[in-house]
Design a protein around this ligand. Sequence first.
Ligand code: UGY
Ligand code: MN
Length: 243
Amino acid sequence: MHHLGQTRSALEHDHLLQTPDTFVRAPLPGMTKATAIVHIGPARGARFTQYTAEFEAGGTLAPCAAQRFLYVLDGEIAVSGRRLAAGGYAYLPGGDASSVGAPAAARVAVIEKTRVELAGVPTPAMLIGDESSAAPVALNGDDGLEVRSLLPGEPAFDFAVNVMTYQPGACLPMVEIHVMEHGLLMLAGGGVYRLSDKWYPVAAGDFIWMAPHCPQWFGALGKTPARYLIYKDWNRHPLDLIP
Ligand code: UGY
Ligand code: MN
């Protein structure tokens, strides 16, 4: 398909909008029968890596030295023998022998992050969950905007991954500017995302990276809810974020 050089994708110093028409696929070292769409990583200044892994039947990921978070988008995977279907997720502390494979075709959002240690706080153990078991919390009491936290908020975790669901017409109550960075994958629906001083139409399948302090706001449009999976660094002092 040709779009005469047009795309909604955009790269600015403090944000990236990456739309599916610009995705480039390449396997990462150690992957078998799988490929990766790398959305963001340290090459752009991010302190984490996020990619979508696309598995054929029998595909596997290489073990990871860093912490790894997996969220199943489509199909089913096996994480150290535990089956996860769409909406299932896993936190792996890294540096261990946990295995990740797919018995049939599957797509998985993968976030990898080197842990920022906290004195006296041990690294969490492996955790498996399902989005449907995470209690929805209305953001600032707005029933139109629900947040599901997939990881415990305790200090052992140096990052958070949430699913945010906006009813049509719902929006963030303010333009946020914060020290945390974000990796965001649109799961359903769409709307308008303000990033820095630009407003972008966004839809399911799009990826967004927001650097620390990137001004951000979202309003949902359309007749169905908008949902996104959002990563942020969490629970650490800003002086400890850059080694
Ligand atoms: O958790 C957050 O910072 C979230 N409210 N940000 C966002 O949706 N852009
Ligand atoms: Mn935010």
